[in-house]
Design a protein. Structure first.
Length: 241
């Protein structure tokens, strides 16, 4: 009796293996799921191979390379995206090396597939000092929204943080007394502490004073609000008076 075991191991990979990997961010997991959705769609529609009828032994290096070529040649995916899909597939076959030692040679051949070099599209450019000054002068610092926007721009510039790191930043991650720092949670749940300048501290203080964010009850809320959360905060402040 044939064992159609691909689905079994794929389920185990997503339900058991990935949740145990603390270095996999939410975005990485989503990217891997997307990759396998496309891969299974390719198997079904292009190869007429139903997922429930697939076996690990159906898949080899040529199989994966044909899929990657289809992504680029037929679907118009970029080389960068092609490499991301390859990384997702190879993560699964690293898992299979441990789960099915009898397939280690097959897995190794798939893991030997190289990522393609992404062609540099141009020289990286930087903002001049004058351009940065103009950018920071854009928000109207006399309004609550302007103070918020200025705080975001200044903190991004001073720390080199990613946008997602700004979104994840909580009040408790700020240290505004000397030495002033901000704690950022980056990719793979890695934490880094970045010093910030006195000028940045003054701008952040001006922003957070508007919403009393340094109150003890607010320490676990995001530093930067959307309009809805702002309104909730204002309503709560007004009702407590």
């Amino acid at each position: 009796m044939k064992e159609y075991n691909f689905g079994k191991y794929l389920s185990s990979y997503f339900l058991r293996y990935i949740p145990s990997r603390m270095d996999y961010s939410e975005n990485t997991v989503k990217s891997y799921r997307d990759a396998f959705t496309i891969f299974l769609r390719y198997c079904t529609k292009v190869l007429n191979l139903k997922p429930e009828k697939m076996k690990i032994t159906d898949i080899n290096k040529d199989f994966i390379e044909d899929f990657l070529n289809w992504l680029v040649d037929k679907k118009g995916y970029s080389i960068k995206t092609r490499n991301q899909r390859l990384a997702a597939l190879q993560s699964f076959f690293r898992f299979l090396q441990i789960e099915t030692p009898e397939n280690i040679e097959r897995c190794n051949s798939i893991l030997s597939i190289k990522a393609k070099k992404v062609q540099n599209t141009g020289q990286m450019t930087y903002l001049t000092i004058n351009a940065i000054r103009k950018l920071l002068a854009t928000p109207n610092s006399k309004t609550k929204e302007g103070k918020r926007d200025l705080a975001i721009l200044t903190l991004l510039y001073d720390t080199g943080a990613r946008v997602q790191e700004m979104i994840d930043l909580n009040v408790c991650d700020l240290r505004l007394s000397s030495p002033a720092t901000v704690k950022l949670l980056g990719k793979g749940q890695k934490v880094r502490v970045i010093p910030i300048t006195p000028q940045t501290v003054n701008i952040i203080k001006s922003y957070i004073d508007n919403y009393q964010l340094l109150d003890e009850e607010n320490l676990e809320i995001p530093v930067f609000f959307n309009n809805l959360i702002c309104q909730i905060k204002l309503d709560k402040t007004a009702s407590s008076k």
